[in-house]
Ligand binder design. Structure first.
Ligand SMILES: CC(C)(COP(=O)(O)OP(=O)(O)OC[C@H]1O[C@@H](n2cnc3c(N)ncnc32)[C@H](O)[C@@H]1OP(=O)(O)O)[C@@H](O)C(=O)NCCC(=O)NCCS
Length: 183
């Protein structure tokens, strides 16, 4: 492991304190089982795709370093849950690769536009690369979800595919992806 990678992983192990756009400081850290209720509650409140508790627990058990929560004023206000898979690259056609997959990300309405999601994405992507050797990252997003699409574009994700009727209500999904080479 090179020096640079060690620097990053040691930074990624603890809590990170980040000043939000309103000047308040929020904390990024890894998910703990104590956070389960808060995360399930946020998921139900902000997304139509709701998962059973065991789904969150399984991701925590398999990829603990890449399951990130954000705390503001001592309360969990956001989460980002990820996994790493092996399959065909969306970036380098025909190359089998380790792909980070953003499974779910959500921020409570009262904590939005502060930079919480952006910073959880950065930490989650770094963790997928440095702890689980992901070379790229991808996700599905509703074609109507402009806030999320803008977030991913700001992070240099590109639309690489369209999944017709992907969601239970028939809405299409974009697959968006980016390389993790620069992380
Ligand atoms: C999408 C979501 C996670 C963004 O969370 P957030 O913490 O408010 O996002 P950030 O403050 O980090 O914003 C980062 C960038 O995202 C984009 N963005 C975020 N909210 C936006 C909005 N309402 N309209 C347009 N762009 C938006 C902007 O590019 C923003 O950068 P800027 O503030 O410099 O313009 C949040 O709105 C949410 O939880 N939505 C419901 C759940 C969801 O859709 N999850 C994604 C499923 S794929």
């Amino acid at each position: 492991m090179g020096e640079g990678v060690q620097d990053i992983t040691s930074k990624l192990n603890g809590q990170e304190y980040i000043r939000g756009r309103d000047g308040k400081v929020f904390v990024l850290r890894e998910f703990e089982l104590n956070d389960l209720n808060a995360v399930v509650m946020i998921n139900r409140r902000v997304l139509p795709e709701n998962y059973p508790e065991f789904f969150f627990v399984e991701h925590y058990r398999s990829f603990p370093k890449a399951f990130i929560v954000a705390e503001l004023d001592g309360r969990v206000v956001g989460y980002m849950m990820n996994r790493v898979e092996f399959g065909w690259s969306y970036i380098w056609k025909g190359k089998p690769t380790r792909k980070g997959h953003v499974i779910s990300i959500g921020v409570l309405p009262e904590a939005r536009r502060l930079g919480v999601a952006y910073n959880m994405m950065i930490r989650g992507m770094r963790a997928m690369k440095h702890f689980y050797s992901a070379e790229e990252v991808y996700l599905e997003v509703r074609v109507s979800n402009t806030p999320a699409i803008n977030l991913y574009k700001k992070l240099n994700y590109k639309i690489v595919n369209l999944l017709k009727g992907y969601y239970h209500d028939g809405e299409d999904a974009y697959i968006m992806a980016r390389s993790l080479e620069d992380f």
